[in-house]
Design a protein around this ligand. Structure first.
Ligand SMILES: *Cc1c(COP(=O)(O)O)cnc(C)c1O
Length: 423
């Protein structure tokens, strides 16, 4: 295997004369020395560029960043500064956004099982609107209104009955789904009628989100057509077409750009009456390729005739995607960026599970040794946000790099953090 292609790395990634990887003008080895490993390194300019690309393609006010892809104070402030709204799906995500100083009026509340407390919190804080997912949720909103809370703007999440090409666990638009009101069995129309006659809510639009990491733009086209047909029969202002644009994780993958996605959605919605507001909710496509994870190699175990295991100092606690979805990644040595990757190995973490795999069958530069750094690109989405403390491993630090300098935006956990809930 030849060297790993630079297109999988953040926009500002570069290779120095000494063959070492820099991101945002800072050498990765320097970041590892300063902040320790495992470490998430985000290219801040890349994040901003993707936010701007989405705003340019869809229009100001029509892009809602799905915070679950990567959420911390610095990220939600960045998205807010770039003019994006924020999609939160729990009280915890809303709290994180408010704590960062971003107002609820820039937030949309999602979720298939919002509690009464979460709904109350969102309405009291002045949420922009709520995407209602079930009849039970409509009951709760009516209850809250009758107990004194103001009328709240809502959209209804519609399940359009569309199958997409992605992992079953992140496919959400088919009839057999926990999400939304099914169009095909009449629930969607019942929910629309009920919302329109309810004094507790102001129905402003309909919403769909068909899944995540979708590569085939015709999947978006198909769902958009179904939604446009429904929307055209209603007298509403807002149509939200969800997120879900896929990204390339490995060398042999290729994903549509934000601009190509926008073109497809614009074509599908061009028949809508003037003044209709069409929004999208990208998560992964904003943040995934903005970051890499840096690890240190701790052990190298060759098993003659079988394979070599390379263990790093993180694993399924900082990147559960391989174990959850069988996701693939590439890996490289940031000190030898142009070396041919002539060795093969399985890159594993430090957890007490054989399934604790980061890269099942990796091509690496020859003779990776204890103490070397390894980098997995495209870990900016659903990595840190899904990170956990299994085996009481501390969650990594997160740094933003730009213009030759770095800043810590989430500190590494400490042993004290691991016991702070114990009574
Ligand atoms: C997860 C999610 C998104 C974002 O999905 P990506 O694949 O990260 O773009 C958007 N909308 C809703 C409702 C979601 O649940």
């Amino acid at each position: 295997m030849s060297a790993i292609p630079l297109r999988l790395f953040p926009d500002s990634a570069s290779i120095g004369a000494d063959d070492a990887l820099s991101i945002g003008g800072v050498r990765v080895a320097e970041l590892a020395a300063q902040y320790g490993t495992p470490l998430f390194v985000y290219d801040e300019d890349h994040l901003r560029a993707r936010c701007r690309a989405a705003v340019n393609a869809f229009g100001a006010g029509n892009v809602v960043y799905a915070t679950k892809a990567f959420i911390c104070g610095a990220m939600v402030r960045l998205a807010h500064e770039e003019g994006l709204m924020l999609d939160v799906a729990t009280g915890g995500e809303l709290h994180t956004v408010l704590h960062a100083g971003v107002p609820a009026s820039s937030c949309v509340l999602h979720g298939n099982n919002k509690s009464l407390d979460e709904l109350r919190m969102a309405i009291a804080a002045g949420i922009h609107h709520i995407v209602v997912d079930s009849f039970d949720e409509l009951d709760r909103l009516e209850h809250l209104h009758s107990s004194g809370l103001p009328v709240v703007r809502i959209q209804l999440r519609i399940t359009p009955g569309v199958h997409v090409h992605t992992h079953e666990y992140v496919s959400t638009g088919q009839d057999d789904s926990k999400f939304g009101f099914n169009l095909n069995n009449g629930d969607a129309h019942k929910a629309i009628a009920r919302a329109q006659s309810s004094a507790a809510v102001d129905l402003i639009g309909i919403h769909c989100h068909i899944g995540s990491n979708v590569f085939a733009v015709d999947n978006f086209e198909e769902a958009s057509k179904v939604m446009v047909d429904l929307f055209s029969t209603l007298n509403l202002s807002d149509l939200t077409l969800g997120g879900g644009l896929g990204v390339a994780y490995t060398e042999n993958e290729e994903a549509p750009s934000i601009e190509q996605w926008a073109e497809v959605l614009q074509r599908a919605t061009q028949s809508l009456p003037a003044g209709s507001k069409v929004s999208v909710e990208p998560g992964r496509s904003i943040v995934a390729s903005a970051a890499v994870t840096v690890y240190t190699v701790g052990t190298v175990k060759p098993i003659e005739g079988i394979r070599t295991y390379i263990s790093v100092d993180g694993g399924m606690s900082d990147n559960p995607r391989p174990i959850m979805y069988g996701s693939g990644y590439e890996v490289c040595d940031p000190a030898r960026m142009s070396a041919d990757r002539t060795d093969s190995a399985r890159i594993v973490g430090k957890h007490c599970e054989s399934g604790d795999i980061l890269v099942e069958s990796a091509s690496v530069a020859p003779n990776v040794s204890v103490g070397d750094l390894l980098v997995t690109p495209v870990t900016g989405a659903y990595g840190y946000s899904m990170a956990n403390n299994y085996n009481k491993v501390m969650r990594p630090a997160v740094v933003f790099v730009s213009g030759g300098s770095s800043r810590l935006v989430v500190r590494r956990e400490t042993y004290d953090d691991l016991v702070r809930l114990d009574l």
